[in-house]
Design a protein around this ligand. Structure first.
Ligand SMILES: *[C@@H]1O[C@H](CO)[C@@H](O)[C@H](O)[C@H]1NC(C)=O
Ligand SMILES: *[C@@H]1O[C@H](CO)[C@@H](O)[C@H](O)[C@H]1NC(C)=O
Length: 665
């Protein structure tokens, strides 16, 4: 019951219950972005109420799992693996990074071992996961994957999650929505109207001077290039793309949930009668049981943390940790959200549009695009071996993108300003109430205890002593994205330094990657280097099912609250004491290896090929004729039945299955 698994059987049941209640209380509180203590208590009450009401959903969504691994000999206790994607540190446990790496490596190895090796296995796996036949052309796709040695051929859940809501809509209506959307300002449409036709740019809504391989429709040419060898295997389709960095289809949770239920039942939603909107702005993308819908959020202000609740947390599931519905402080700490205050009005219909970097609260479809893709860092001397990289500080240079800087907007809390403040720049903005974000003069750092020793609660350190020795992160160039007066102010607050040449950047062992106006396209270069990459982002990208945080890079929370700890774990304190450089180095090497084997042009082609096979099917009025029937799934579970009429009864709990949370926006 309650999804909890307390293995420490020597404890009395009563004690276990108390512990559970305490854990539940703490876990809900850790990240509360609340205005003051009074609000916080209010928030907690509402939150508890919402939780109780939520019934069986709650268990699946909030169930806590305590790590089974035991360290009896050392009397070490266990950390808590929360369902919001974070590990909550128990000071009496070992340093959590040891086990985060070990677990990640084990599950990555298992994923590799499980991968299908024949078309039959791939069909079986597809059918098992998605309960329908693969799309027509799947055999050609499989042949491409085999020929080009594309790894992990089953791991495309991102495509399923992006397209599944559209299975709950009538394709004739979808086609109409898509066609109308071609007129949307700033968009381009790629596709083919007949099976035998090659792909082309079908439509666009910018001035024709912006058309051409280097204009706003650049992406269209890149897609055509990626797919040129396989386009004849893809049925006809028209796909509208936004050329901008940011996604723009903010999701309505109730609507999306209804569409997913219809997809599951094999019926259609009635697009003329969408469900009543139950929340406004960003919150409309969140489930009624989510943390964000059940606490007070200090919109336009700062997140707040009760001083006594200072548990450290680390990411164990990067995708889940990006969800602002479960981590409401993201709404206050990232330009993607801060720029729009409480958030835009959600669309009252689901629109099939592709955008470069959707967040989990948008329903734009995620493509694999080669922007800033590189085969390797050339010349190779610009990317020295680990031991030849003389600087063991964490490096970052960039401009202050991500948000418009003007009075009235909390640009000082957007991701890039926070990063340079975290690193010690902009000291006039220091704020002791934001110590948990690393924005005060003192920091608390978990010291890298040896394996098998208790990690403790961390030590206080003065940032002026630590930062210069351990970090080299600064804005580069000139103040940007700012009103004239604010530009001057930015120039006074922050030290804008020279941009670094690749060669200079190659001297560092550690890089931090953060979002700019949208997702960070420099990640490809960083992960390809021989340095270790720390990555903090709000945008799950196309390769999320195909990469392993803690194996290939170090995941960092959006609020950077774990960055000092992770950095100190790998490179040690300012003097290098307590470092685990061997571990840093092997993740750096694994990251580079991953980049060279999982993020080639061929891997993006395989993704886009499969995406458009799926997309052309879900958009086609004769969907079932576009299934691949060449290889039948081996006997097993039944597939879906489709009746495909408008269903009126989308009862909340009807099939209130736990799988709803798998599709969670
Ligand atoms: C482009 O899209 C608009 C809006 O749907 C449509 O009216 C127009 O005919 C389309 N152009 C082409 C060339 O298909
Ligand atoms: C910061 O830490 C120093 C000791 O390292 C301590 O003396 C000082 O009071 C602390 N400041 C704050 C604001 O906590």
């Amino acid at each position: 019951m309650l999804g909890i698994n307390l293995r420490r059987s020597n404890k009395k049941p009563f004690f276990a219950l108390c512990a559970f209640v305490a854990i539940l209380f703490l876990s809900g509180q850790i990240k509360t972005p609340i205005g003051n203590i009074q609000d916080s208590l209010e928030g907690e009450r509402v939150w508890t109420k919402g939780r109780r009401k939520a019934g069986s959903h709650t268990h699946a969504r909030y169930g806590l799992r305590v790590l089974a691994e035991q360290h009896k000999a050392e009397q070490l206790e266990q950390h808590i693996y929360r369902n919001d994607g974070l590990l909550q540190v128990n000071p009496n446990g070992p340093h959590p990074i040891f086990e985060l790496i070990k677990r990640a490596q084990t599950s990555w190895d298992r994923k590799l071992e499980r991968a299908s090796t024949t078309l039959q296995e791939a069909v079986d796996e597809y059918y098992h996961r998605y309960e329908r036949l693969p799309p027509r052309g799947f055999d050609d796709w499989w042949a491409y994957v085999q020929e080009h040695n594309v790894q992990l051929p089953d791991e495309y859940d991102q495509i399923f999650n992006d397209l599944e809501p559209f299975w709950g809509m009538n394709p004739k209506e979808l086609q109409k929505i898509q066609r109308d959307w071609e007129a949307h300002a700033d968009s381009f449409t790629v596709g083919k109207d007949m099976f035998d036709e090659p792909l082309s740019l079908k439509n666009y809504t910018f001035p024709s001077k912006d058309i051409g391989p280097n204009g706003l429709a650049k992406g269209a040419y890149e897609i055509m290039e990626l797919l040129k060898d396989v386009e004849r295997s893809i049925p006809s389709f028209r796909a509208v793309f936004s050329p901008h960095d940011n996604p723009n289809l903010h999701t309505d949770y109730e609507l999306r949930t209804q569409a997913l239920k219809a997809a599951k039942k094999g019926t259609f939603i009635d697009i003329d009668n969408p469900p009543k909107a139950k929340a406004v702005g960003w919150l409309s993308a969140c489930s009624p049981e989510s943390a964000a819908r059940n606490q007070h959020i200090n919109w336009g202000g700062e997140p707040f943390r009760l001083p006594r609740l200072t548990s450290k947390t680390f990411i164990h599931d990067h995708h889940k940790s990006m969800n602002p519905c479960e981590h409401p402080s993201h709404f206050l700490l990232h330009g993607q959200f801060i720029s729009h205050g409480k958030g835009p009005v959600a669309h009252r219909t689901l629109i099939p549009q592709f955008s470069y970097g959707p967040t989990v609260v948008h329903h734009d479809i995620t493509p694999a695009m080669p922007i800033n893709w590189m085969e390797d860092i050339y010349p190779r001397e610009d990317d020295p071996d680990w031991e030849d990289r003389g600087d063991a500080r964490l490096q970052w240079r960039g401009s202050n993108t991500g948000i418009w800087h003007d009075v009235g907007l909390r640009w000082d809390l957007a991701q890039r300003a926070r990063l340079v403040r975290w690193a010690g720049d902009g000291r006039e903005l220091e704020d002791d109430s934001l110590a948990f974000l690393g924005l005060a003069s003192n920091i608390t750092v978990l010291m890298p205890a040896e394996k098998g020793k208790k990690v403790g609660r961390g030590m206080q350190a003065q940032k002026v002593r630590w930062a210069p020795a351990m970090v080299d992160a600064a804005f580069a160039g000139q103040p940007a994205n700012c009103a004239p007066e604010m530009c001057k102010k930015l120039g006074k607050i922050f030290e804008y330094r020279q941009r670094q040449e690749m060669r200079t950047a190659g001297n560092y062992r550690y890089y931090i990657d953060v979002d700019g106006n949208g997702w960070s396209s420099r990640f490809k270069r960083l992960i390809t280097s021989q340095a270790l990459v720390f990555k903090s982002t709000l945008y799950p990208e196309w390769y999320m099912d195909r990469v392993a945080p803690w194996v290939h890079y170090v995941p960092v929370q959006v609020d950077l609250s774990d960055l000092w700890d992770a950095l100190a774990f790998f490179r040690g304190d300012p003097l290098g004491n307590g470092a685990h450089e061997d571990m840093a180095r092997s993740i750096a090497e694994a990251g580079r290896e991953w980049s060279k084997t999982f993020w080639r042009k061929e891997d993006m082609t395989a993704y886009m090929f499969r995406l458009f096979l799926e997309y052309s099917r879900v958009m086609d009025p004769d969907r079932l004729s576009l299934s691949f029937e060449g290889v039948k799934p081996s006997a097993g579970r039944a597939g879906r039945r489709y009746t495909w009429q408008i269903a009126k009864d989308y009862d909340e709990d009807e099939d209130g299955s736990s799988s709803d949370s798998d599709f969670y926006p």
